[in-house]
Design a protein. Sequence first.
Length: 372
Amino acid sequence: MSPANPQIFREYDIRGVADRDLSDEVVRSIGAAFAQRMRDKGKKVLAVGRDVRLSSPRIRAALVEGLRDQGARVIDVGQVPTPALYFAILHLHADGGVMVTGSHNPIEYNGLKLSDGISSLHGPDIQDLRDRAHSAGALPQRGTVEEVSVDDEYLRDLTSRVSLKRKLRVVVDPGNGAASILGPAYLRALGCDVDAIFAEPDGRFPNHLPDPTVPSLMRSLQERVRETGADLGIGFDGDADRVGAVDEKGRLLYGDQLLGLYAADVLSSRPGAPIIFEVKCSQGLVDWVRMKGGEPVMWKAGHSLIKAKMRETKAPLGGEMSGHMFFADEFYGYDDALYAAARLLRILAGGQAPLSARVDELPQSRYVSTPE
C-alpha cells in the first residue's frame, strides 16, 4: 500500500481529512491490520458502525473489505451513535468493533474508533495497526458481512434502565449528528415533553458543528430553553459519546459540574466509592466529591485511560471536562451520551428544585476549571 500519513494514527483513534488521508486503500489496509490483530487472539466476529458524515459510507465500505481480507465475520449495524456500536458488540456477542466517525470535527474530517471487546485501542495498540497495515494483505478465504439493526434493542435496553418520577420539558440538540433520530426518541420513551432542534441527520452539519462543550455552538439550545420555559436542554456531539447540558436559565454546564451532579447521585447509594476524573477538572469537584462521602481520584485524560482506571478501582463513575461520562453504576461502563442525559433527567425529576438550584449547590468559588 502507499504509505499512510503517520499523523492519522493518534493516541485514541485514527483521524484525518477524509479525502486526503483516508483513501480506500489506506482504510482497507487498516481494516486488514485490525482484523489480523484480532485474529491473532482468536477473535473473528467484528461489528462496524458509522456516523452521518458524507464520507462515512465510502470509508465503511473500504473498512469492511479490509476486515474481510483477513477472514473476519463482519456485522454491519449501519448508521448509529458510537455507544450503540458498543451495545451491539455486547448484544450480538461480537469480539470487537470499529466505528467510522469524525465525532465533532469539521465536515472534511473522519476517523476510526477501534475496540477489542468494548475496550478502546489506544497508544501502542494504534501504532501496532500502523505497523501491520503495510503487510497485512489478504487471506485465501475471505470473511463475510451481514447487516443487522440494533436500534430497537438499544432503545429498549436504555429505556429499561431509567424511569422518571415526573414529566420534564426538554429541548434536545443532536447537532444533525448520529443521535438525531435515537436521541429524541429515547427522551420521548422516558415520558419527556421533547422539543428537538437540528434533529435531522446531515453530515454537512448545516446549523453548527456538533460539540456540546463549546459555548458558541450551544447558543441556539440556550435560547430555545429560555424561550420555551423548558426544564433543561441537552446537547450531543457528532457520535453521541459526549453530552452537554443547559439549565432552565440557559446557563451552560461545564463537564465537571455535570460530573459533580452525577457523583452526588451515585454516592447517595454507594458511599465511599471512588469517582474518577481527569486533570482539567476543578478543585471544586474534588471538594464536592469528598463532601458527598466519595473518594476523588484524578487520572490522565482520555476515554481509554479513564475506563481502564475505573475497572482497576471498581469505580461506579468517571468523567471528563469534554463531556465523556462513564457509568459503571447500573450500566456498562462506557460513555453513552443518551444514557448520561437520562441520568441527569432522573436526578432532576427526583425532586422539585430546578436544575439551576442543583448546580448552585456546587462549591462555586472553587469550581473554576481548566478550559478545554
